[in-house]
Write a protein that binds this ligand. Structure first.
Ligand code: FAD
Ligand code: NAG
Ligand code: NAG
Ligand code: NAG
Length: 506
């Protein structure tokens, strides 16, 4: 009895506070609405302000994202039509104390994103201009441009650029992480093509950065950009078509039983002291074939050159018996849409209960990948509601990437040969346990990643889950420089929803 009355007392005491919190939240929402719709803001007439209740279609268009797992939540969305309006919204957020998240292609997925509650979505998708300067071999793109937007305009000018493997992520979103992809052996990281940016700071001021102007900021943007400001436009060096711009796509589905033969071949290119030739990239996806209830893997190899040559160079790959084989030669323009059996639109499908947990491999060993396959078979059987989970093993050549000095940009993993991404997809309640299992899988991979100095675990910032140590994401050597940049450009930690960097380190 006595404890019950204590409970009742406690509830009576708490009630006004809880009600208060609710009222405060409602007030804040009403305030935010008033702040954003104030006519004195003088926003561009093309700038769209949307709320989930009053203009849900526009709000949905401005906030729809690839992953809905650990996603941020918003009270309102703003889709600025001009760079000035981006600055205005950032200044307003400072003045009125609301949080915001700038987004380009909305393919971010990191556990820190759900620290953003009832904030403002700063949707940059309307800043989508693309200017190609053929003479100067330069491309200038706005923050709303996604990778697949580039293929047509650049091809028409006889030019190309290194990109990620899918068509849907934002160009600048990928660049500020660094951008790994198939042409890394020939041209380097996407960020290596960057010549200059226009960025809006936490104070709402426009700054430029390049190798000549604000060069330290420019260094940090290429690897940790999301922490430092909002890049509204970026200029890149682009290249004449490599070998006439012809690529050979080789796609396969293999039965799980051939994994040893396949991984032996993959590892023969990427053991210690070995390198995948600059013209070859190899993406492998382990998956559970739901109809046949068996483990299989898909392989997409791309060869920068004509089919005849590709068949010769990759003869050993072609000897492995496959369930399905598809080999086509395509111009660069069609590479992304064609590769992986043309599944790009499927991979890019939004609103998925999915996330990514990654790890870099400095060297690749066949037995490590075979064990990975074994552990996944156990996982698929153990978690039927997460059976759509896949594992991506992305192997990219890195000759051009390594040709830059290590401190060329804030990307610390130039020597990584393979990026593994565990991609949990959840359909039911096992998510937390399945995640724990996959953390175990990642730890096992760490044992043989050859990044001993990081306890085996290092991860490309854009494949990070957010539960890694800062050193494992940004590299121990880079952190003092990054912290100094953070202290200078974002001392109040406005940009804190992507693996936040502290303002002092150590
Ligand atoms: C299907 C898929 C395929 C991928 N393939 C590759 C690949 O091949 N290579 C590769 O390197 N990466 C790849 N990624 C990872 C990709 O680099 C990141 O997801 C990246 O963050 C996507 O950028 P976005 O603009 O689409 O995402 P968003 O969610 O819009 O942005 C991610 C974060 O970056 C910040 N940001 C976005 N725009 C800006 C800006 N203009 N200025 C400053 N900060 C900004 C924001 O803080 C935001 O939270 C892939 C991701 C997915 C989902
Ligand atoms: C990619 O890296 C950039 C730069 O730090 C960051 O904005 C973005 O959130 C990262 N993406 C993911 C998926 O972690
Ligand atoms: C992977 O290859 C190994 C070695 O041949 C084999 O023992 C294992 O069963 C294979 N895995 C699958 C899922 O078939
Ligand atoms: C599943 O396996 C069967 C038999 O090997 C194959 O025909 C089918 O294409 C596979 N499914 C996928 C999605 O690869």
């Amino acid at each position: 009895m006595r404890s019950q009355s204590l409970l009742v007392q406690a509830m009576l005491w708490l009630a006004p506070i809880l009600v208060d919190a609710g009222v405060t939240m409602q007030h804040r929402r009403a305030d935010l609405r008033a702040v954003l719709t104030d006519p004195y803001l003088n926003l561009d007439p093309g700038t769209i302000i949307s709320f989930p209740d009053s203009n849900p279609d526009e709000y949905f268009k401005a906030t729809e994202r690839w992953s809905i797992y650990q996603a941020p939540t918003y009270t309102a969305a703003v889709t600025p039509a001009t760079e000035e309006d981006v600055a205005t919204i950032i200044r307003l957020s400072r003045q009125h104390g609301f949080d915001f998240l700038a987004t380009g292609g909305r393919h971010g997925y990191n556990k820190h994103l759900d620290d953003l509650n009832e904030g403002v979505a700063l949707d940059l998708s309307a800043l989508n201009t693309i200017i190609v300067d053929r003479e100067a071999r330069q491309l200038t793109a706005g923050a709303g441009v996604v990778l697949r937007d580039l293929f047509g305009p650049l091809s028409d000018a006889g030019l190309q650029i290194q990109t990620g493997v899918c068509g849907c992520p934002g160009l600048i979103g990928v660049t500020v992480g660094s951008g790994v992809g198939r042409l890394q052996g020939i041209y380097g990281l996407v960020a290596d093509a960057l010549l200059s940016v226009r960025m809006i700071t936490a104070e709402g001021e426009m700054v430029e950065a390049s190798h000549e102007v604000n060069s330290e900021l420019f260094w940090g943007i290429r690897g940790a950009g999301a922490n430092l400001g909002v890049v509204v436009s970026a200029t890149y060096e682009v290249h004449p078509m490599y070998r006439g711009g012809q690529f050979t796509v080789l796609d396969f589905v293999f039965e799980g039983e051939h994994n040893k033969t396949y991984f032996d071949l993959l590892a023969s290119y990427m053991g210690p002291g070995q390198d995948l030739p600059a013209e070859i990239s190899a993406s492998t996806v382990l998956f559970w074939n739901v109809t046949h209830q068996t483990a299989q893997f898909m392989a997409n190899w791309v060869y920068a050159g004509p089919e005849e040559e590709a068949r010769e160079v990759l003869a050993k790959l072609l000897e492995i018996p496959a369930v399905t084989t598809r080999i086509v030669q395509v111009p660069w323009r069609d590479l992304t849409a064609t590769a992986v059996f043309g599944l790009d639109p499927l991979i890019c499908t939004p609103l998925r209960p999915i996330t990514i947990m990654g790890i870099n491999l400095r060297n690749v060993y066949s037995d490590v990948l075979q064990e990975l396959m074994d552990r996944m078979v156990v996982y698929w059987k153990m978690f039927p509601d997460a059976v759509l989970t896949t594992v991506s093993i992305e192997s990219f050549p890195n000759q051009a990437t390594m040709a830059y000095p290590d401190d060329h940009s804030a990307y610390p993993w130039r020597d990584a040969k393979t990026y593994i991404m565990l991609q949990p997809t959840f359909g039911g309640p096992s998510a937390p346990v399945a995640m724990a299992y996959l953390r175990g899988v990642r730890s096992q991979l760490a044992v043989a990643s050859d990044y001993e100095e990081y306890g085996g675990l290092s991860v490309y910032v854009n494949y990070s889950q957010g539960d890694e140590k800062l050193e494992q994401i940004y590299g121990a050597r880079n952190l003092p420089r990054l912290a100094a940049l953070k202290a200078k450009y974002d001392p109040d930690n406005v940009f804190r929803f992507n693996n936040p960097i502290p303002t002092s380190y150590p």
